[in-house]
Design a protein around this ligand. Structure first.
Ligand SMILES: [Zn+2]
Length: 146
């Protein structure tokens, strides 16, 4: 735990958390109007996966597969983008983003990193997709939400 780290300080909306265990936490992004844009992050403060424990590594693949499959089921997207930059917040978190058919061309592919962080999605819509995501993650991976 780093006292100045936004993720360690849990500076995010707990209502948008869809999965949590000792190693990982998955939540919907608050900085987007892309519904179904989730973030998977380590519970411990590491910069990138070079610092991950064996336990974190072992559960990462199955969890990311379950999240990706669930995003595809919930959003009917053509691609699921994933990237980790850790520039603004140097705590490992992977952006997992559905790219739908009607997505603006300027933000397709590498352009995704320029996608605006505001306005946010309506909270009712995010809460609904979070509810459905919790159900899917439980079904697909038999992982329990704490
Ligand atoms: Zn941290």
């Amino acid at each position: 735990m780093e006292k100045d780290c936004l993720i360690c300080k849990q500076g995010f909306n707990r209502d948008y958390v869809v999965y949590e265990d000792a190693e990982w936490l998955i939540r919907h992004s608050e900085e987007t109007n892309i519904l179904g844009y989730f973030i998977i992050q380590t519970q411990g403060h590491i910069l990138d996966l070079a610092g991950a424990s064996d336990k974190e590594c072992a559960s990462y693949g199955p969890l990311l597969k379950a999240l990706t499959a669930s995003i595809k089921e919930l959003t009917d997207c053509e691609r699921v983008y994933t990237f980790s930059l850790a520039e603004a917040v140097p705590h490992y978190h992977l952006h997992v983003i559905p790219r739908r058919e009607n997505f603006p061309r300027a933000y397709k592919g590498r352009g995704i990193t320029a996608y605006p962080t505001e306005p946010a999605c309506a909270s009712e819509l995010v809460e609904e997709i979070c509810r459905r995501m919790r159900a899917l993650l439980n079904r697909q991976s038999r992982l329990a939400v704490n």
